[in-house]
Design a protein around this ligand. Structure first.
Ligand SMILES: O=C1O[C@H](COP(=O)(O)O)[C@@H](O)[C@H](O)[C@H]1O
Length: 847
């Protein structure tokens, strides 16, 4: 995550804490560019520099980029090269080969290095010829604004003298307008003979990244980026100004140390949603109590000379302090939140007030030692300060009048926005805005837009700080009649890049009200995503236990069990199979969790169609029913049986003769995702993924192989960029990889559901360790042996059927007469005589 992103006159400057951060973000950024370009043009043409930028690209060779980037579509060029042999220590090619190309599966014929057997002039001409051929065949795009090639990405390093590529300050080739590639024989930096792209070519690229680290480049970066005035020489790096493309500078803090912040413009990151609410909703629901600090607090604080930059009448500082969670999302959203406030405050202060000053986390820590305890002050008669600390706001000013003015003005504006959102801007005001006699209750028609209702209620609550007169009304609105406690938990396995620890979070709702939430890095390392997920669920469970006890102490005990949702299917079998032993050994918290839950098999009605698909295939969507009562020692055991722990598999019966119908939109979505995709599996021993990947890339790249995936069942998926490529591979089979044969079949090819070549596959669902109590409850539905799924056809009004066999490791006997579990007909209290039950291998009858 960038410490700062500065928008400066057609260029973006990204500042990173160190070169490791920079390297990761650079890889991320490049992957994004590559994806876009490959999607748009089918190829990605990158021109590399030499020097430090190559080492800074090293993350591309690591997971996930070495796997996720479609390297087969990359074409490599060089922005500049030294006239030396390819194996010479000065060769830019050698550097890239050693640190990058040898570690990535780039097609060798896509690597266009500069001919090292020619003179500088000949090599420049030769290279230009090579590029011209590739422009003709449209591998390299052509610029719309010049007659130059348009590389998808040009990567430039920066020399301390401000040179980029082999374009050195004051050198005549800076003026070269006709050639694409030129040469010099008098480079101030050895070796003297070099070949380089000219400025018109660089400035015709779709994307140019200038990458620099270290204090040695700080002056050059400043001179190239900032508006330094005519008295300073124009550095080559400053002349990099892509006409129709995008220029981004990637700097570490040291290289950026001299770049002026006084001219910063804040960038809106465009995140409009937070917890599913709009920004204004976010303000109302999440931003906590604002603290208004008396002006006296300012006395005695140190003068910050940086404020000289801000000699306007009123100076406002937006401080970015700390970060509530390590997740990028939260951080980014915080940015956008602050920016909103900045914009809001401008009119309060001065219409001519230039810009706000955003202080990055690191700067803040350096200045204040620890976050959140002090405010800065500035010179000038009237000064206001706003400090944001996670979800707290501290606002102060050098005069009470100004402080009051800001608060009133902010809240007036805020109230207007709330009214606007409620569509009540034109309503007439009244003294008593609510009928004090009637009470809101569960009776009556429910509110149609509950999200808007929640958002408005939260927004009004916030307003009561300055409008105590509406407190009663707001309290009326906010009171909730719902008494169910529901928690949602999620975990991101090994997501911290430094410690490889997982992050997990939860949010707990009482009825419709968000009561508590958390997003934290876990304390311990998890060896699997299930483990991380389990820890996350355990945290959520602990929180809900606490909340239930709290509610009991408040004399409002909850009558219903608490539901804890989590989205990881692997946690379901965790309760069921041997893994549970391992998990139970890990920690007490799991023991608590294990004791606390029972699993439900329910139909998935999640709104995300993708999500639905995978789970529908497994027949279940994980839902854990937390039975907190069971943990409580003082409760009698019978509570264990209070709620049904199995629910009927509910499905919209669209197709005849099936138990579950997959929604058409699910099939559509998956069909698009898996368009031109073959899938296959190995008969016999399964091949390791890298082996298959290597084989497929080598043999099928020519047919437009785009991506290879493998699922946990050992199925391989091969995505091609066209139907023709897919057909070619299919026709060319059967394929023998290390003598093991692989069956390939079409998956969803366009609108057509798989044309079946194999005999039907049977999926099995094991129900192991089903809690005994489930059998003793009066369950209307049967524990079925076979479930049939209907998959709609996209091309016609038809569907195909798939079956899933359900196997029970153990099943309690069931009376086939009274249909009650736990006894067979011989023991039926109704003593109805019926034929004897035949025992099967997985049915255990009582002795
Ligand atoms: O000589 C050269 O120097 C620049 C900058 O290199 P760096 O090591 O200071 O980053 C480089 O971009 C160029 O390709 C190379 O030929």
């Amino acid at each position: 995550m960038a410490l700062e992103i500065l928008n400066k006159d057609k260029k973006e400057v990204r500042v990173y804490e160190n070169s490791v951060e920079l390297s990761t973000e650079l890889a991320d950024y490049m992957e994004g560019l590559s994806d876009v370009s490959i999607k748009e043009r089918g190829v990605f043409c990158v021109a590399l520099s030499g020097g430090s930028v190559i080492r800074l690209m090293r993350k591309l060779c690591e997971v996930p980029y070495n796997k996720t980037v479609d390297w087969s579509k990359w074409y490599i060029f060089w922005v500049d090269e030294r006239v030396v042999a390819k194996n010479h220590v000065d060769s830019n090619y050698k550097l890239a080969k050693e640190h990058l190309l040898s570690k990535l599966p780039i097609v060798p014929s896509h690597v266009h290095s500069i001919n090292d057997s020619l003179t500088a002039e000949e090599a420049a001409n030769d290279y230009e010829f090579v590029i011209r051929q590739l422009v003709k065949t449209r591998v390299v795009n052509v610029s719309e604004i010049s007659d130059c090639p348009k590389f998808d990405l040009i990567l430039l390093g920066l020399g301390p003298d401000g040179h980029v590529a082999s374009l050195f300050p004051n050198h005549p080739i800076l003026e070269e307008k006709n050639e694409w590639v030129t040469y010099i024989t008098n480079s101030p930096k050895p070796p003297p003979e070099r070949i380089t792209f000219t400025l018109p070519v660089i400035n015709s690229a779709a994307n140019v990244l200038v990458v620099a680290t270290g204090g040695g480049n700080a002056e050059a970066a400043h001179m190239a980026i900032d508006d330094v005035g005519p008295e300073f020489p124009v550095l080559p790096a400053r002349m990099v100004q892509p006409g129709a493309g995008k220029l981004v500078w990637f700097l570490d803090v040291e290289a950026a140390s001299k770049v002026e912040r006084g001219m910063l413009k804040l960038v809106d990151f465009g995140f409009a949603e937070w917890f599913g609410m709009s920004k204004s909703g976010t303000m109302s629901g999440v931003v906590g109590t604002p603290y208004y600090v008396a002006p006296e607090v300012l006395s005695g604080l140190e003068y910050d000379e940086k404020c000289d930059v801000w000699s306007a009448g009123v100076i406002l500082y937006i401080m970015l302090v700390g970060c509530y969670t390590s997740t990028t999302d939260f951080w980014t959203r915080k940015f956008s939140l602050q920016i909103d406030i900045t914009v809001d405050l401008y009119p309060v202060t001065s219409p001519s007030y230039p810009q706000a000053f955003l202080v990055g986390q690191q700067t803040w820590h350096q200045r204040l030692g620890h976050p959140g305890s002090e405010v800065l002050r500035s010179q000038g008669a009237d000064t206001a300060y706003l400090l944001l600390y996670v979800d707290d706001i501290v606002l102060t000013a050098s005069s009470s009048d100004l402080l009051q003015q800001i608060i009133t003005s902010l809240h007036a504006r805020y109230a207007t926005e709330v009214l606007d959102r409620a569509g009540m801007l034109n309503c007439k005001p009244c003294r008593t805005p609510v009928d004090t006699d009637s009470k809101l209750s569960a009776d009556g028609a429910p509110i149609s837009d509950s999200t808007l209702y929640r958002s408005l209620a939260g927004a009004l609550q916030y307003l009561t700080f300055t409008r105590p007169d509406i407190s009663y009304v707001v309290q009326q609105l906010y009171s909730s009649t719902t008494s169910s406690l529901v928690a949602y938990s999620d975990a991101d396995w090994a997501s911290c890049p430094t410690t490889r620890r997982s992050t997990s979070g939860y949010c707990v709702f009482l009825g419709n009200n968000l009561l508590s939430w958390s997003s934290k890095r876990q304390f311990t390392l998890s060896r699997s995503s299930a483990e991380a997920e389990y820890r996350g669920v355990a945290n959520a469970v602990a929180e809900t236990c606490w909340l239930r006890n709290l509610l009991r102490e408040l004399h409002t005990p909850l009558a219903t069990a608490t539901l804890v949702y989590c989205d990881n299917v692997s946690v379901v079998p965790t309760k069921s199979v041997a893994v549970v032993d391992e998990i139970l050994n890990m920690d007490e918290e799991f023991r608590m969790l294990y004791d606390s839950i029972n699993l439900n098999v329910v139909n998935n009605n999640t709104s995300d169609p993708m999500f639905s698909l995978w789970n529908i295939n497994k027949l279940t969507f994980l839902m854990m029913e937390l039975r907190v009562e069971k943990c409580q020692k003082d409760k009698p055991k019978k509570i264990f049986f209070v709620n049904s722990i199995f629910r009927t598999l509910v499905a919209d019966l669209v197709f005849d003769g099936v138990n579950i119908s997959i929604p058409r939109k699910v099939v559509e979505k998956v069909s698009t995702r898996f368009e031109h995709t073959l899938y296959g599996y190995f008969i016999g021993k399964r091949m390791a993924f890298p082996v298959v990947e290597y084989y497929a890339r080598n043999n099928w790249a020519k047919h437009g192989l785009k991506r290879i995936m493998m699922n946990s069942k050992g199925f391989f998926f091969f995505k091609f960029d066209s139907r023709a490529g897919l057909e070619a591979v299919l026709e060319g089979g059967p394929w023998l990889i290390r003598k093991s044969s692989d069956i390939l079949k079409k998956l969803f090819d366009g609108s057509e559901i798989a044309q079946r070549r194999m005999t039907r596959l049977r999926y099995g669902l094991n129900c192991i360790d089903v809690p005994i109590q489930s059998f003793f409850e009066r369950i209307e539905a049967d524990l079925v042996d076979v479930v049939t799924i209907g998959i709609p056809s996209l091309s016609e009004d038809d569907f195909t059927k798939e079956t899933i066999c359900v196997e029970y490791e153990w099943r309690t006997p069931r009376c086939d007469t009274c249909k009650i579990f736990g006894h067979v007909h011989d023991y039926c209290p109704k003593k109805v005589v019926s034929p004897p039950i035949v025992a099967t291998s997985n049915v255990v009858l009582p002795l």
